[in-house]
Design a protein around this ligand. Structure first.
Ligand code: FE2
Length: 290
């Protein structure tokens, strides 16, 4: 299956240059620097920490990025249409107590910030984000999911190699990820790694939902990239890394003293059927057009 099935637009791009479009088609990703003004970036960060302080923290919401079987399915599934905080795996000691303050113990906040939180909603409505998706070939860009990912100092976990179309399946593939650096992302604090050109490869796995059950199914045994075929993408705060749903990507654990906050959007073409087997469904909120 071609991974560029969503056709590039006939008209001149609105926010990208033709060179940038070509780069995206070739590499499967594009780095857009200074796409989040500093004042907005600070608002998004401050609001994320407020949400953590307000959250009802129970021990049922630890999030594992390496063993999805640990996820409490209901807590996770319900987060599709609300705002929930997920703990880092290593945030607890053997007695089950937090080993550091709650603000430094959260893995991520998701997944409907753009629907339910004023600050994130206003940010998502900025017109350049819809224009960007249209430039990249989505006819009706719909924002399905927002996440604030913390990658905490010392305990921030690895996210293993994957493709985002695994979780946002459409046929043809249409999902595009926006990855906003809310803080500098470096080799030390766990920046993203990508495989340039890897978006032309097949989708390797698909994540299925069957009522309340979740399972990962292999589709193709093409090997994942590694340290030699992957490329690290250290980026400055305020940058936007946008990438194709088949692009393999990964991030290392954060063993540094600095956090690495990122905000992600997953944008799908509303003119293509969104698979009812995808874990994230929005029966109540509907979809959010960019
Ligand atoms: Fe991802």
């Amino acid at each position: 299956m071609s991974s560029l099935e969503h056709a590039m637009p006939d008209n001149a791009p609105a926010v990208l240059t033709n060179e940038q479009l070509k780069q995206y088609q070739q590499d499967g990703f594009l780095l857009l620097e200074s796409w989040v003004p500093d004042d907005l970036r600070q608002q998004l960060i401050d609001r994320a920490y407020q949400l953590i302080e307000q959250a009802d923290l129970t021990e049922h919401n630890r999030f594992s990025t390496t063993d999805r079987a640990q996820i409490n399915n209901d807590f996770f599934l319900e987060s599709a249409e609300t705002i929930r905080c997920f703990f880092e795996e290593k945030a607890f000691d053997e007695a089950g107590e937090l080993t550091q303050p709650r603000a430094q113990s959260i893995n991520k906040i998701g997944h409907a910030l753009h629907d339910l939180d004023d600050v994130y909603q206003a940010f998502a409505r900025r017109p350049e984000f819809g224009a960007l998706a249209r430039d990249l070939g989505l006819r009706a860009p719909h924002l399905y999911q927002t996440m604030v990912i913390f990658k905490q100092p010392r305990i921030g976990g690895e996210v293993t190699w994957h493709q985002d179309a695994t979780f946002f399946y459409t046929d043809p593939t249409s999902v595009i990820t926006y990855w906003f650096a809310l803080e500098d992302a470096t080799l030390q604090n766990g920046c993203l790694w990508v495989e340039p050109g890897g978006h032309t490869g097949p989708l390797r796995e698909r994540y299925f939902r069957d009522d309340r059950d979740l399972r990962m199914e292999p589709l193709d045994d093409t090997p994942w990239p590694d340290d030699t075929s992957g490329t690290p993408m250290p980026v400055k705060a305020g940058s936007l890394l946008v990438f194709h749903g088949h692009l393999p990507h990964y991030s290392a654990p954060n063993r540094s003293e600095k956090s690495r906050l990122a905000l992600t959007f997953h944008v799908v073409d509303g003119q293509i059927t969104y698979a009812p087997e995808n874990w994230l469904q929005r029966p109540t909120l509907g979809t959010f057009s960019l």
